[in-house]
Design a protein around this ligand. Structure first.
Ligand SMILES: [Ca+2]
Ligand SMILES: [Ca+2]
Ligand SMILES: [Ca+2]
Ligand SMILES: [Ca+2]
Length: 428
């Protein structure tokens, strides 16, 4: 089956990987970072801030949030902000943000940037000439995963943008029409996510990732494509915790929809953000800068109108309150323990990966946590055990207990690092 039509909506990223706004290191040029998380340096003024925040035992940092009076705490917040201005954190310095851009200019594994979490390292082949990394997906083999840390965690209250340039090769490609397994990549919690993706009770799961099930079967339908969010605890299994929009939203079998094309370079755009207390993961797939019509028929709107968001180029998964915390990007070569033999075999070439994450405290999502964010936070602050102030425009209840109090402010302080700088090291 061939896509007969490409929608003309252009994606922001175009055909090439775009460096996420604001976290390039000054003077680093076009090639990206062979080093760690590409987090801008944050020394300098941190010391004075820490002294300011910890030098006064009556200050907000040490006040027990649950018992603080809202009015006194509000004054303390204003004093804190005034103190920041005194120590000069308003001056813009270097770039900000957390995440990485991986362009495979050098060997991602030999360099230590990426780590094989488990499985056969030989299933990840680096090509120095082509500057690509090819992953050999085969769901008949034991799970193998390769991950690159983000340098920070992002939670369901935060913001994430993942861009992956990839190509599924036709050579050796196999999708068992009686099988059901996926080509997967995306954000994971390396500690909480186990290798068993198919048993119902085995491992914990903590992922925000892309799943593409290329099988086309009587039993399962398909193919199927979705942003997947799973948060579960060890031993309880993940099945009930899967957020995956089954049915027309994810099935690529409606009129005008097609399986993902083989042997062409595609760009997956996975965006996560919270609005109105609901987390939304939005997946778009582009070819030559043109978004593919992966959701001509979806859920929530009349047929042909693009699913819940009315956009025929996006597939959306929503969550309410589910607590995920992911800390790495991974190529996820799952085993399918249900199948006899392989459900899916595919060589997938990766040309580039970029991940940009923002903590909840970065309330204006510009990559730093500064006084602009503080002003937004302060507009929400209303003390313990009561709803945020009515003029609260953002999501400042960082611990999710229904109020914006000194506990949330403590989390804000962990992130505060001034304008145009990466958030503080303890920020999540
Ligand atoms: Ca569909
Ligand atoms: Ca849509
Ligand atoms: Ca900010
Ligand atoms: Ca709270």
């Amino acid at each position: 089956m061939v896509c007969r039509e490409r929608l003309v909506q252009r994606t922001g990223g175009g055909a090439g990987l775009r460096r996420p706004g604001g976290f390039s290191a000054p003077g680093s040029g076009g090639g990206i970072a062979d080093g760690g998380g590409a987090v801008a340096g944050a020394s300098g003024a941190v010391g004075p801030v820490q002294r300011l925040l910890t030098g006064d035992s009556s200050g907000p940092r040490r006040a027990p949030g649950a018992f603080a009076r809202a009015s006194g705490a509000g004054a303390a917040l204003r004093l804190w902000a005034a103190g920041l201005a005194v120590v000069g954190l308003l001056a813009a310095r270097s770039a900000a943000g957390v995440g990485f851009v991986e362009d495979f200019v050098t060997d991602p594994i030999a360099s230590g940037r990426w780590t094989v979490l488990e499985g056969d390292p030989g299933r990840f082949q680096y090509d120095a000439g082509a500057r690509t990394l090819t992953a050999h997906y085969d769901t008949g083999l034991p799970t193998a995963r390769l991950a690159r840390p983000l340098g920070a965690s992002v939670t369901q209250n935060g913001w994430a943008r993942v861009t992956v340039e990839f190509e599924i090769r036709s050579a050796g490609f196999y999708a068992d029409p009686n099988g059901f397994a996926q080509i997967a990549f995306g954000l994971i919690n390396r500690t909480r996510t186990g290798p068993d993706r198919s048993s119902l009770t085995a491992n914990a799961y903590d992922v925000l990732n892309v799943d593409y099930f290329p099988n086309i079967s009587e039993q399962w339908g398909g193919p199927s494509l979705c942003p997947t969010i799973i948060t579960s605890d060890p031993g309880t299994g993940f099945w009930d915790a899967v957020k995956y929009e089954w049915g027309s939203e994810t099935l690529l079998d409606d009129d005008g929809e097609s399986p993902l094309p083989l042997d062409v370079r595609l760009t997956a755009h996975l965006d996560y953000a919270v609005a109105g207390g609901v987390g939304r993961a939005v997946l778009r797939v582009a070819q030559n800068g043109m978004s593919l019509p992966i959701n001509l028929v979806g859920k929530g709107n009349p047929p042909g109108t693009g699913g819940t968001d009315g956009d025929p180029t996006t597939i959306v998964t929503t969550i309410e309150g589910d607590a995920f915390r992911v800390d790495a990007f991974g190529l996820l070569l799952w085993n399918d323990s249900w199948a006899v033999g392989s459900s899916v075999i595919a060589d997938v070439v990766f040309y580039g990966v970029s991940v940009d994450v923002r903590p909840p405290a970065d309330m204006d999502r510009d990559g730093d946590v500064d006084l602009a964010d503080f002003n937004s936070f302060q507009a929400c602050f209303n003390g313990p055990n009561r709803p945020p102030k009515s003029d609260c425009a953002g999501q400042a209840d960082f611990d999710g207990d229904g109020d914006v109090d000194l506990a949330d402010f403590g989390a804000f302080q962990d992130c505060f690092n001034g304008p145009n700088r990466a958030p503080g090291a303890g920020c999540s």
